[in-house]
Design a protein around this ligand. Structure first.
Ligand code: NDP
Ligand code: 8X3
Length: 252
């Protein structure tokens, strides 16, 4: 049976890499993000390489509860059964102390990383195919395991993801749904550019003198996690570049 994976935030970085790796493995893909043009290009590219899989894309802002519900409720019949949900859409905005923090940045992080993950999960859980192996993967972070200077609200949102992952594992236990948290350290994606509001130079400097993880590293880890035998669940997987010891201690 061909399995279907639903990936939020598939237009860039880790989400896009998951689409690439899982398409190669023959999974059908349900992909969403706000930038539909990027998803259209990704769909064409992947179908060109892997014509035997199915891909359905749709525009979604995970912060919009009504849109999340109506888009997921309105999926075509053939897309109403999913095996794996990858709650990947997320972002960091700013790197300031609490006293200097920007309320708009805080709202965007909390609304996307915490509330968005909840909205998508609530609408998508009823579509999980519990008879054929159902799995939720939440993208946490090293920022959900420790707090680093000026990380305050981003770290708080990823600590919340950690708590929600544990809560889902408890609540969904009777349904036999696996729940895993993938917690990366530094991954070079558009993450830092988004964190620094489009400042490409500052974003690039985050990775100066260090070999960060790639989106593909994370996607391959997720592939490993979702292909364990039915009785095995990886609860939590912290994955760092070899050159990174903690959120802030990096050997450059
Ligand atoms: P990118 O910025 O490259 O990708 C983020 C993705 O999230 C994009 O596809 C973006 O799509 C989507 N997204 C953001 N906001 C929304 C929204 N409101 N609605 C729908 N989709 C949204 O970053 P990464 O790939 O690095 O980040 C992916 C996840 O990994 C995040 O949860 C991040 O916190 C986590 N992470 C990243 C690490 C890193 O070092 N890069 C380390 C640890 C965790 P679009 O803009 O088109 O909507
Ligand atoms: C992203 C990794 O260290 O920038 O979650 O918080 S970090």
């Amino acid at each position: 049976m061909t399995k279907t994976v639903f990936i939020t935030g598939a237009s860039s970085g880790i989400g896009r890499a998951c689409a690439e790796v899982l398409a190669k493995e023959g999974y059908n893909l349900l992909l969403c993000a706000r930038r539909l043009n990027r998803l259209e290009a990704l769909k064409d590219e992947l179908l060109n390489m892997y014509p035997n899989i199915q891909i359905h894309i749709f525009e979604l802002d995970v912060r919009n509860a009504e849109q999340v519900q109506s888009q997921i409720d309105g999926l075509p019949q053939e897309w109403r059964k999913i095996n794996v949900l990858i709650n990947n859409a997320g972002l960091s905005q700013g790197l300031d102390s609490i006293q200097d923090g920007n309320i708009g940045d805080w709202d965007r992080m909390i609304d996307t990383n915490v509330k968005g993950l909840l909205y998508v999960s609530k609408s998508a859980i009823p579509l999980l195919d519990i008879d054929n192996g159902a799995h939720i993967i939440n993208l946490g972070s090293i920022a959900g395991k420790e707090v680093y200077p000026n990380g305050n609200v981003y770290c708080a949102t990823k600590h919340a993801v950690d708590a929600l992952t544990k809560a889902m594992r408890i609540d969904l236990l009777p349904k036999g749904i696996k729940v895993t948290s993938i917690d990366p350290g530094m991954v070079e994606t558009e993450f830092s550019e988004v964190r620094f509001h489009g400042d490409k130079e500052r974003a690039k400097s985050v990775y100066n003198g260090v070999q960060p993880l790639t989106g593909i590293d994370i996607a391959e880890t997720i592939l490993f996690v979702i292909t364990r035998p039915a009785h095995v669940n990886i609860n939590d997987l912290l994955i760092m570049p070899t050159a990174q010891a903690t959120g802030t201690i990096v050997n450059r």
